[in-house]
Design a protein around this ligand. Structure first.
Ligand SMILES: *Cc1c(COP(=O)(O)O)cnc(C)c1O
Length: 384
């Protein structure tokens, strides 16, 4: 064996088993595309970034910084702790005049109100209880800032129609709270022709009119932006599209933002009939080449990809065979001209295997694939 080959093998052994490349320049480009769409179609409309759940698994600190540099000034998270992370990440990038607004979707939970206020975090008020609690945290004549969430058809979070009526009847909302935006959330926006979209839009207009306060409005998530200008209002709230997930069902206008590859640990020439993996659920017979890839369900390679997933090795698509294990998965590499070698790469997510495609194989959505990405990958951020 030549010295070169030896050092190549040594290098492969010394390097990480799996690498997640996160392309911040593509996240930025996706943001600008969405923002341009919102601004072109709705006069004065702005575009936030939803960076909850660690920016859908990509890294809230890195993504928030990259988007702040693209003039994003509105950030949505779900939890107080996530808001702290975003604030810390952005510290040093801005002065008093261009401070970002950080909104907490799940409401003023998770920390004392004084901590929310001291950090300038703006909770989304989802219920009459949220409203009463948050209103009484005001100091002197300073009204606490908040977003008000009206439910228009999710039955998940937000005031019901009846609760909006009751609030309007009280007539003190603008006096007790500084409502920055009144918002609602679409249930079926990824299905362009779903009748629920127009119904929710209509109800949103009715209920906000009933509220009877001067306010700005926020309605569209990623998919909502693509339903047209009527859905844009003052602040769009895209999440998934920033990260390359298709906001609709046609050709994807967004760019993929992650590349995930894992090493082949071992290859095996099958020389007699047998089975692969736990439960002996998959039968193999010669001639066949199996390759064991270093990714498993503990890395977010979902167990439901058993019998359905594929990886790309040397340009060839290789199907997952046998059950996905915790730390590895076996694929059939028989289609390759020559057996792959230990240390070679298998592409899990990338050009050939989009997040949406992997999600379809797993019977889930791209959101779950991204937010499940494990902690064991070497993470490389590029283009930030
Ligand atoms: C998560 C979330 C969003 C972002 O939705 P995407 O479909 O990822 O664009 C927007 N608004 C609310 C209320 C959310 O919970």
């Amino acid at each position: 064996m030549s010295k070169n080959t030896n050092s190549g093998i040594a290098a492969a052994y010394a390097q990480p088993l799996s690498v997640l490349d996160i392309h911040l320049d593509r996240v930025a480009r996706n943001y600008l595309l969405l923002k341009k769409k919102v601004q072109a179609e709705a006069a004065g409309g702005d575009c936030a970034a939803v960076v909850k759940a660690d920016a859908y698994g990509l890294g809230a600190a890195e993504v928030s910084r990259a988007l702040y540099k693209q003039s994003c000034r509105h950030f949505f998270v779900a939890h107080y702790g996530e808001a702290l992370e975003v604030k810390e990440a952005l510290q040093g990038l801005y002065g008093v005049a261009d401070a970002p607004s950080i909104y907490v979707l799940n409401g003023p939970f998770g920390a004392p109100a004084a901590d929310f206020a001291a950090n300038g975090f703006i909770p989304v008020l989802n219920s009459p209880q949220d409203i009463d609690y948050w209103a009484q945290t005001g100091q002197g004549d300073k009204r606490p800032a908040a977003l008000l969430h009206i439910d228009t058809g999710m039955n998940r979070l937000g005031l019901s129609g009846g609760e909006v009526e009751a609030l309007a009847a009280r007539g003190d909302l603008s006096r007790i709270l500084d409502i920055r935006y009144v918002m609602s959330h679409l249930a079926c926006a990824d299905e362009k022709d779903h009748p629920k979209n127009a119904a929710q839009l209509e109800l949103f207009k009715q209920l906000t009119a009933r509220l009877g306060i001067a306010a700005r409005y926020s309605f569209a998530n990623s998919s909502g932006i693509f339903l047209g200008p009527a859905y844009h209002f003052d602040l769009a709230r895209p999440g998934c599209a920033l990260y390359g997930i298709n906001p609709g069902t046609g050709e994807n206008p967004m760019q993929g933002t992650v590349t995930l590859k894992a090493r082949i640990l071992q290859t095996r020439k099958i020389d007699r009939n047998g089975t692969v993996g736990y439960g002996a659920t998959y039968s193999v017979s010669p001639p066949a080449i199996c390759a064991t890839v270093s990714t498993g369900y503990a890395d977010g390679y979902l167990r439901s990809l058993t019998g359905r997933g594929t990886v790309v090795i040397g340009g060839k698509t290789c199907p997952v065979i046998g059950r996905v294990s915790m730390d590895s998965v076996v694929v059939d590499a028989s289609a390759l001209d020559a057996p792959p070698r230990p240390g070679d790469w298998a592409e899990i997510i990338g050009e050939r295997q989009t997040v949406d495609a992997v999600a379809a194989q797993a019977g889930t959505i791209g959101y779950e694939i991204l937010t499940s990405l494990g902690r064991r990958y070497r993470r490389n951020y590029t283009g930030g």
